[in-house]
Each structure stands twice: as C-alpha cells, then as structure tokens.
Ligand binder design. Structure first.
Ligand code: CIZ
Ligand code: SF4
Length: 311
C-alpha cells in the first residue's frame, strides 16, 4: 500500500467506482463500522445482502456470513477482507457430523443457527438467528422432534424459553464462553446500579444472573429503551461502539473475561478485518467467496425458510 494514502477516502472512491456495498457486522472495529453502508447483526446483514442492487458485496464480518451473502446472491461478487476470518462455533459442526445425528433421529427437523458453514446449512431444514430463533421454533408443532445445531448454549436457552426438548449439537463460541463470573461479580459490586445484559451464546451460569438476555439487535434496543443508566454488557465488545452512539449518556461496561490480561471479550476472527485489508480487497476484488451451485441451492432453501418465517 502506498505510504500516506488516505484509506477511508480510497475506500469511498472504490465503493463508488465499483458500485460496491459494504456490509459490516457489529463486532467489527469501530472504524470499519463507521464506513459501512449497512451495519447489523447476522439477520440484518443477510436481509441487506438479499436486497442489495450493488455489483459487489464487501462483507466485513466472518466467513460464514459472507458465504450466506453469496448463497443469496450467486450472480454478485462477494469479497471478504480476510478469508482466515472463521468462527469457532461454525468450526465445531461439520456437515457429515450433522448428517450422522440426523440419521439417528430420522423424524427430526434440523434447525441450525446461522453461525455454520454452507455444508451444515445444506444439511439443515431451517436456519435461525438469535433474533428469530424463538419465534421460528414456537411456530413448529409442539410434538415435533427437533435437532438444534451448532450452539449448545443458545440451544439450551431456547429449550427453556420455548419449552422444548431439542436434541443439541455440542458446539460453542469461544468468545461467549470466555466470561468470568468472578470478575463480573466484582463489576456488579463496583457498579451496583448496572444491569447485566447477555447474549444467549453465553453459558448458563452467566445467563442465570443476567437482567436481560437477547440477540445483538435486542441488546441494542434494550440499552436505548431501558431506564437504567449503566449496563454491564456480556457479548462481543464491538457492539459497544454502536451502543454508545445510540445511548450517548449511558455508562457501558464490557463484561470481563477469564484471561486477566484482557479487559473485554473480542472475537479474534472479527478483528482480522482492517482498513488496509478492506482497501486491498475492494481494489483487487479478492479474496472472493465461491460456492458450488448444488451446495448453494441446498443451503439456500434452509435460509429462505428462515426469511419466509421471520418476515
Ligand atoms: O456471535 C455472533 O457471531 C453473533 C451473535 C452474530 C449475530 O449477529 O447474530
Ligand atoms: Fe463465531 Fe463467536 Fe466470533 Fe461470533 S463471536 S463469529 S460465534 S467466534
């Protein structure tokens, strides 16, 4: 990269020249969130990808999210600033493994959280996100046997709120399992008026203490709408950037993790996107997400069921 160039300016030029749209997840760095045409959680970004008129989708997030955008837009170019941006949760479940579980429960419907790769989506009947999972599961007959993959924490939480006995895949997100109850208890003691809010990917022992549990977009709404002035936020810290913009006068405290050298929970994969990589990927239109057509069609049907069921 030439020295002294203004990356933001160059990115803006490329966005125009190439009729590109930049989609960014709330867990991206603040400078990338500020540049995005659409900022959102995985459901909002999947919707934005499904609707876009742009020729190139630049996905600032992790691989499975960019892949979902490609599944929805096969004729468009989808680029991801760093293909190493994976996800521990998506990696915890393979298509073969899920097929094996399905063979053991032939009458079950397979409901998968969007945090999974295209192969797993193709093995699934319906995709859900944390924003729509509860409503979609509630729409299924009460006696329907369900396999839920890949997040065991979200699955257990949904079993509780939907009063189900779904069979759970044993996967988890390293970021949402890193919280320290001891350190959070200390934070609560230091901020006695703060409300603890958490994403359902967090572990059960933490969720038990939470004043509010919700998906990324619901956590944002809650902080804006709730009368409390202070919140301890137990999810990926990137969300605090938008939260603070929407609630400038509230005190937001990122919940502490077990590793005492860290002051918050960061998703290493999400933070692989940088302005430099974003610029290079827009300029050279690389790395590009490709997906085999047969797999795409299968994965698309489970995503479409989600989009239809969560209108
Ligand atoms: O942990 C994630 O990757 C989440 C919560 C994504 C999303 O936007 O639902
Ligand atoms: Fe995956 Fe967890 Fe990172 Fe989300 S926060 S992308 S679930 S590793």
């Amino acid at each position: 990269i030439p020295q002294g160039i203004d990356l933001v300016e160059e990115i803006n030029k490329l966005r125009k020249e190439k009729n590109a749209v930049i989609l960014a997840h709330y867990y991206q760095s603040g400078e990338i969130q500020d540049l995005a045409d659409y900022l959102g959680d995985s459901l909002q970004l999947a919707r934005a990808a499904a609707k876009t008129e742009a020729d190139m989708i630049v996905f600032c997030g992790v691989h499975f999210m960019a892949e979902a955008a490609k599944i929805l837009n096969p004729t468009k170019k989808v680029v991801l600033p760093d293909t190493k941006a994976g996800c521990s949760l998506a990696d915890s479940c393979s298509a073969e493994g899920l097929r094996g579980l399905r063979e053991k429960h032939p009458n079950a419907i397979v409901v998968s959280y969007i945090n999974c790769d295209a192969g797993v989506k193709a093995e699934s009947d319906i995709i859900v996100t944390s924003s729509n999972a509860e409503a979609i599961i509630n729409s299924l007959p009460a006696d329907q046997e369900i396999i839920f993959a890949p997040d065991r924490n979200l699955g257990r939480y949904l079993n509780q709120v939907c009063n189900r006995k779904m069979i759970l895949w044993d996967g988890a997100c390293i970021v949402h399992e890193a919280f320290s109850l001891e350190r959070i208890a200390q934070q609560m003691a230091e901020n006695p008026n703060a409300k603890l809010i958490a994403h359902p990917e967090a572990q059960e022992d933490l969720l038990k203490f939470a004043h509010f549990i919700g998906s990324t977009s619901r956590l944002l709404d809650y902080v804006v709408e709730n009368e409390a002035e202070e919140f301890i936020v137990a999810t990926e810290e990137g969300i605090l950037h938008e939260m603070q913009k929407l609630a400038p006068n509230k005190k937001l405290i990122p919940a502490l993790v077990q590793d005492e050298s860290c002051n918050c929970s960061e998703c290493f994969y999400m933070k692989l996107s940088t302005l430099e990589k974003l610029y290079l990927c827009m300029k050279y239109e690389l790395p590009e997400i490709q997906i085999e057509e047969e797999l795409r069609i299968k994965a698309l049907s489970s995503i479409n069921r989600m989009l239809e069921l969560s209108e």
